[in-house]
Design a protein around this ligand. Structure first.
Ligand code: C5P
Length: 223
């Protein structure tokens, strides 16, 4: 019997569009490594802020970037970025300061370039740890990181519903403003790439979204 194929599932969408919940559910169902690339941009943002870089001031960012040493630890099926061997505190990743700065740093081409190979390298992490593939979520996974992914999804949801989801989580997060910055940047903007499966989750439950995606993945696996 031949080995099961390694599958890459790309899930893109705006802030609080349901990417993380669906990616986690699909990861455990299909034994995929869950990779939240937003958490990578958040970790880099927290570290840049700690080292004195300022959002909107590229000159304070560029000298710090080459010194950042990225690694990966896998916890509960999710890839966690380490910087200089240490994971960034989970609460810090979701802090109001990081929420406000992350899209500014993520718009800098050199920041994106610094993370490109690291993100693609998550496929090697998944293989080495015996996962059947990757469920990677972000903004440019299906367009830039893995344009040849086996499945590419793009999640939409009404902005008011997305703001409600974040508030329910107790977070201070201007989701519409982050989407505006993410959609308007020149490098790898947030956009549904041609050929991706677009799903509007505004009036769907998490289970309904997951079932739609899971059916597409199962069809692909058995094809
Ligand atoms: O997914 P999350 O909302 O945690 O992402 C935080 C920010 O990281 C986004 O608003 C965006 O600026 C940036 N990001 C990105 N490209 C990705 C993932 C996240 O620019 N692939």
């Amino acid at each position: 019997m031949s080995a099961a194929p390694f599958i890459i599932v790309a899930i893109d969408g705006g802030a609080a569009s349901g990417k993380s919940s669906t990616a986690r559910a699909l990861s455990s169902r299909f034994r995929l490594l869950h990779v939240d690339t937003g958490s990578f941009y958040r970790a880099v943002t927290a570290e840049l802020l700690r080292r004195g870089a300022r959002a909107g001031d590229v000159a304070t960012v560029l000298p710090v970037l080459p010194a950042l040493q990225f690694g990966t630890q896998v916890h509960g099926g999710t890839a966690q970025m380490t910087i200089a061997g240490r994971p960034v505190d989970a609460a810090e990743l979701r802090s109001a300061e990081v929420n406000a700065a992350v899209s500014h740093f993520a718009a800098i081409p050199e920041v994106r370039a610094a993370l490109l190979a690291y993100q693609r390298g998550q496929a090697e992490v998944a293989r080495a740890q015996g996962f059947r593939g990757l469920a990677m979520e972000g903004r440019d996974i299906g367009s830039v990181i893995f344009p040849d992914a086996d499945l590419r999804f793009f999640l939409h949801a009404d902005p008011a519903e997305r703001a409600r989801r974040r508030a329910q989580e107790g977070q201070t997060d201007a989701v519409a403003e982050r989407d505006r910055l993410d959609s308007q940047r020149k490098t790898a903007p947030l956009a549904c790439p041609p050929g991706a499966v677009a799903i509007d989750s505004t009036n769907l439950t998490l289970e309904q979204v997951v079932e739609r995606m899971a059916a597409a993945i199962a069809a692909r696996i058995s094809a």
